[in-house]
Design a protein around this ligand. Sequence first.
Ligand code: ADP
Ligand code: MG
Length: 326
Amino acid sequence: MKLSDLGEFGLIGRIEGRFPQPVSPELGIGDDGAILSPSPGKQLVVSTDLLAEGVHFDRSFCPPRLLGRKALAVNLSDLAAMGAIPRWFFLSLAIPQGFPLEDIEQMLDGMSAIAGEHGCLLAGGDTCSSSSGLVLSITVMGEQFPGLIIRRAGAKTGDDVWVSGSLGDSSMGLLALKSGESVDPWLINRHLDPAPRVGLGLALAEAGLATAMIDISDGLLADLGHICRQSGCGANVFLKDVPVSSPFLAKTASEPFPWHLVVSGGEDYELCFTASPASRGAIAELAKKSGIQAGIVGIVTNSGQVQAQLPDGTDLKPSSSGYKHF
Ligand code: ADP
Ligand code: MG
């Protein structure tokens, strides 16, 4: 069957059939609007992300199932950074004429799988044709008690700067995909199938331990810069303490160490957060419980700038601060 035989409403039917729906008195796909009820006392946390073919992904090396997973994963990562519990999402699709239906279905299957892993229900969306590439936009809604939501503003001078997981894997994976060079498939997977740190973000929020938090999509230095701007502070990052994975280390053993991939490569989807040094023990405990490594990489200062020190004590001159769209 082709997309043109199925038509818009046939496709919406196939979408609906793949995702469990909110139940009465709530309402998901099918009417002019969804009807949703956040838990009593909680606020909604809403975030949206758009993925455009040729800008955010290349279909020649991104299997449709993983594209579907990643489209939702990057949105869930935003909820993680606020300490919110995922509840619902909306999916808008612009699909080129003649796009293989099988690829759309695999993409939906990938998305449905990660939605299930995080208990996030598809509650609606929009579908139209595209005159250029595939465009996918997701709006995700989560919830949390107002006092527990973690913002970018809130970092204080003297706080530790923490990072989860390891950095640079995704951009090294992407470089290998582009060049065709062979690397550890784990690095490729870190780029194609990032794991949003929802459990860790939520645990930090519930424990009230983080003073500010962001997910690292544009690179540590750029994203920590957002925390600093919104908190009215600066930060000093000690690069020797920034966590890198063993596959990353193995790949770079014979070359000058690519710090720019680690701190500015982007698409890490790890969490960067600040916390009082008094919380060190509690955070280490909580990270252990959530099964995600977390380490201190720097300190919040009153300098108004983000500085990064190389292991030899000199300052890193950042080559770029995040992806520039325009
Ligand atoms: P409208 O004309 O009001 O935009 P549509 O005919 O586009 O309504 O959509 C009908 C129903 O299908 C709505 O409930 C909408 O939320 C849902 N829907 C449309 N496209 C999608 C999609 N890509 N994913 C999930 N739900 C969708
Ligand atoms: Mg519509």
